[in-house]
Design a protein around this ligand. Structure first.
Ligand code: FES
Length: 394
């Protein structure tokens, strides 16, 4: 260890990592494999990169009071720099829960020999399906948390990070390695040899497609939010990048325009929106959300950062759907907490459920005005007893 480096001891395991003097705790921990839900990408906006200092214990900063409350023992890893040997504790909220399951569905037979893999490359969740192409049947499926979430919860934060070439390589490489690992999982589970995978089709939003191809934002991250991939039709990926044989055809759904990407193309085709002349609305409410309106056969589409709008930057007590997040409320206002235990914040569905509850019970009026509570504040929490409970603020 050079004299510029100091030690961070991480409880409860007692593991010791090294950090450069002056480096942020966020950077040192991420580099050592401790990942945070960093929705804001280290800009001290989301309040998610929480650590607890055991020794020494620094005073709370004004920004931490805003995001965590004056009484909090937690501090923000992106604001704190390592200046001396330090003992910290990582709260349980740092555990991402990536165990979501996906409902199976039937696929039309394509009468092609061999096997294929379909990938839904989401900003947060990535799902893979291995199909027998001759029968048009899905044989196995798996999903994993997109490892890029540790570098930013939303696409704009990741594109911002990708401006650095080193960071861009990391973002691309970690998703390639995760795809390779999951493909191997499917192969082992089904007994299908890797060289029998003849086709792979990947759909993702435009930012995910850029990063998958090893590209940065290239204009996508600033107005007028255009992508050089627009109008290029089906894109190709070198299949060896994700551990498949070089003769496996690996294709990516076409980008339509700007953030209306390949995932929207896939959703339009899957819903048959392009085949129907009626008036219909398609909503893909993911981390990056898209809405497509079909009017008399003509399609209109738009896109927004739906997940972070509820879960990340800007919402008091907003958090991703991690252990401790309120994901919904009962009819009587009881919170359902992911993983049980003390609620730590609201994820998107929890916020929507809370809005419905306080609107139905007239705690909030139809204009959005909250009734004052006993402390004469326009604040409502499903757990009135605790001052530090997650709450909806006016
Ligand atoms: S990553 Fe530190 S506050 Fe968002």
């Amino acid at each position: 260890m050079s004299d510029k480096e100091v030690k961070i001891t991480i409880e409860p395991d007692g593991k010791i990592i090294e950090a450069g003097r002056g480096e942020t705790f966020r950077s040192a921990l991420s580099r050592s494999g401790y990942f945070f839900p960093q929705n804001c990408g280290g800009k001290a906006q989301c309040g998610h990169c929480r650590i607890e200092f055991e020794d020494p214990q620094p005073k709370i900063l004004p920004r931490e009071i805003e995001l965590l409350g004056a009484e909090s023992r937690l501090r923000l890893a992106c604001l704190r720099r390592v200046n001396q040997d330090t003992v910290i504790r990582l709260p349980a909220v740092l555990e991402w829960s990536g165990d979501k399951t996906i409902t199976d569905f039937a696929v039309a037979g394509s009468n092609t020999a061999g096997y294929g893999i379909a990938v839904d490359l989401g900003t947060t969740l990535v799902a893979l399906y291995l199909a027998d192409l001759s029968k048009g049947a899905i044989m196995a499926q798996t999903s994993f948390l997109n490892p890029q979430v540790h570098y930013g919860g939303d696409v704009m934060t990741r594109l911002e990070q990708a401006k650095s070439e080193d960071q861009r390589k990391i973002l691309t490489d970690i998703v390639h390695r995760a795809l390779e690992e999951s493909i191997n999982t499917l192969l082992v589970r089904t007994g299908v040899p890797g060289d029998k995978i003849r086709r792979t089709f990947i759909s993702g939003n435009t930012a995910m497609t850029h990063l998958l191809l090893g590209r940065g934002g290239e204009g996508l991250e600033r107005a007028p939010f255009r992508s050089p991939l627009e109008g290029n039709g089906i894109l190709n990926l070198d299949s060896t990048w994700i551990g498949l044989d070089s003769d496996c055809l690996c294709e990516i759904c076409p980008v339509i325009r700007g953030f209306i990407g390949g995932d929207t193309t896939a959703a339009i085709v899957a819903a048959g929106l392009d085949q129907n002349s009626g008036n219909r609305l398609l909503i893909d409410l993911g981390t990056n959300g898209e809405i497509v309106l079909s009017v008399g056969g003509k399609l209109w589409a738009t896109s927004t950062a739906a997940g972070p709008a509820f879960e990340g930057v800007g919402m008091h007590d907003g958090m991703p759907a991690l252990k401790g997040a309120i994901e919904g409320l009962s009819e009587t206002g009881e919170p359902f907490v992911i993983g049980g235990g003390e609620p730590l914040g609201f994820c998107g569905s929890g916020y929507i459920s809370a809005m419905a509850y306080i609107l139905n019970t007239r705690i909030m009026n139809p204009t959005g005005l909250l009734e004052k509570n006993a402390a004469n504040e326009r604040v409502w929490s499903p757990l009135q007893s605790s001052k530090s409970s997650p709450a909806v603020y006016q």
